[in-house]
Design a protein around this ligand. Structure first.
Ligand code: GH3
Ligand code: MG
Ligand code: MG
Length: 435
């Protein structure tokens, strides 16, 4: 054990005596190192520490000590450097809680033991840590502290809490602003991308599909350049349009065929009553517009009931067919419309025909049927004949084509009354006909 007597105080390992400025003494073993409390140098007036190291002699006994005064001014300068930030504080305390240095300098703390202060107590309690508390100037700061290695001193650096929080708030605000900007950017991207890449193509395809629906089947969706995702849809639409167009064509052909069938007489192959009525309506209107007459022949087989009774219905049908054939040939020759009006009665519509031509066609029919010489034993002449009524009318305003039919019927009735196998013109038909 080595005792160094200085100015009345003794320091050594385990010695916790309160230091008195100007008085220092150490009691240390050889090889031991000890430091004094904070003092203010008598001559320099600067904060000072005294450090001592026990020296071991050749026989292992304590023989002396190295004692040195440590000028703590550098600590103050270091603190000044660290504490350049406005509102910050640097504090250096020894292991007894004595404030060795403080920046800014706090006279009421400097050189005094402040072990009871929350900050100093925390610095003494653990080798390093943080604490938010009030410093000697009453300002709340966030302190970080650490025990300096190989010494008993602790250094604390504090930043003004309000300042730190202000900075934090600024950073949080800035982070929120960045986030909001990013969100706007992403939303804009989604809107722009969604509109360009999805909404517009879908609308365009919908328009094309709508045009298909309106019957415009010649359009093709694939004529537009589509994104890869929409190309199959466009191709499918085109295929659908193609199929629809084909179906429409088939339907049109079928309808035309049906229309023809619906207007044709199955036995004679001539137009049936429906076809005749439609032709008559059309020709009647055209004649009204062109101010020209329409001619009509009504042809009826004479004594056909007797024919059926004698030769049977099948032969009756065959007779109807042959008579119809003759009428068809005469009509085709003049560009007229021949029809089976009903039963054994035929009609020939003669649009834009003059009286002479109408009379000639009627006579031709009568003669050609007679020339067929179809046996009809029950008839006066012994073969099949027809009677023909001829009418020719110029459509009056609002006049129905039925008047033409009635006129031709009346002429036919007259031919029957006058003995059959005759051509008779209606009284309004201005023509002279052989009877
Ligand atoms: P008229 O000289 O006055 O015309 O005497 P008609 O016997 O020819 O006239 P009527 O009206 O008395 O008889 C018409 C006959 O035509 C009755 C019917 O048996 C026959 N007939 C009508 N349609 C057909 C048919 O499609 N096939 C057959 N075989 N006969 C039919
Ligand atoms: Mg008849
Ligand atoms: Mg008859």
């Amino acid at each position: 054990m080595l005792e160094i007597n200085g100015l009345g105080k003794t320091y050594g390992s385990g010695d916790k005596a309160t230091p008195a400025i100007g008085n220092v003494s150490f009691r240390i073993e050889a090889g031991e190192f000890a430091t004094s409390d904070y003092m203010v140098g008598r001559f320099s007036g600067q904060p000072t520490l005294v450090a001592a190291l026990g020296i071991r002699g050749p026989e292992g006994r304590s023989e002396g000590a190295i004692v040195a005064g440590v000028d703590l001014q550098w600590v103050g300068q270091l603190a000044t450097t660290v504490a350049r930030k406005p509102g910050s504080m640097v504090l250096l305390v020894d292991d007894l809680g004595t404030v060795l240095a403080a920046q800014p300098a706090e006279r009421n703390w400097l050189g005094r033991r402040q072990a009871d202060q929350p900050l100093v107590a925390a610095m003494l309690a653990t080798p390093e840590g943080t604490i938010t508390t009030e410093g000697p100037d009453g300002t709340r700061r966030i302190f970080g502290f650490v025990r300096l290695s190989d010494t008993a001193t602790r250094l604390a650096v504090g930043l003004e809490e309000a300042d730190v929080l202000r900075g934090l708030h600024r950073e949080i605000e800035s982070a929120y602003l960045n986030l909001a900007f990013l969100c706007v950017l992403v939303l804009f991207g989604i809107w722009f991308g969604g509109d360009r890449l999805i909404v517009r193509p879908v609308r365009s395809l919908a328009r094309t599909a709508a045009r298909f629906g309106q019957g415009n089947l010649t359009e093709r969706a694939s004529h537009t350049a589509w994104a890869a995702e929409f190309a199959p849809l466009a191709a499918a639409l085109d295929e659908m349009a193609q199929r629809l167009a084909e179906r429409e064509e088939e339907l049109h052909v079928a309808n035309t065929h049906l229309e023809e069938l619906a207007s044709q007489d199955g036995l004679s192959g001539l137009a049936n009553r429906r076809g005749f009525d439609a032709g008559l309506r059309t020709e009647w209107q055209r004649a009204a517009q062109l101010h020209r007459p329409v001619g009509l022949l009504m042809i009826d087989i004479d004594h056909f009931k007797l024919f059926n009774d004698r030769y049977g219905h099948v032969d009756g049908d065959a007779c109807l067919y042959r008579v119809g054939e003759v009428i068809g040939i005469v009509a085709a020759h003049g560009g007229y419309l021949a029809a089976r009006y009903g039963g054994e009665e035929f009609a020939v519509l003669l649009p834009g025909c003059d009286a002479v031509s109408a009379g000639a066609a009627a006579e031709r029919v009568r003669q050609d049927v007679a020339t067929l010489a179809i046996e009809h034993a029950a008839a006066t002449l012994g073969y099949v004949t027809v009677s023909v009524g001829v009418a020719m009318l110029r459509p009056g305003a609002g006049q129905s084509p039925q008047v033409l039919v009635e006129a031709a019927d009346a002429a036919l009735y007259a031919a029957k009354r006058q003995g059959r196998n005759l051509v008779v013109a209606h009284e309004n038909a201005p023509m002279s006909l052989a009877s």
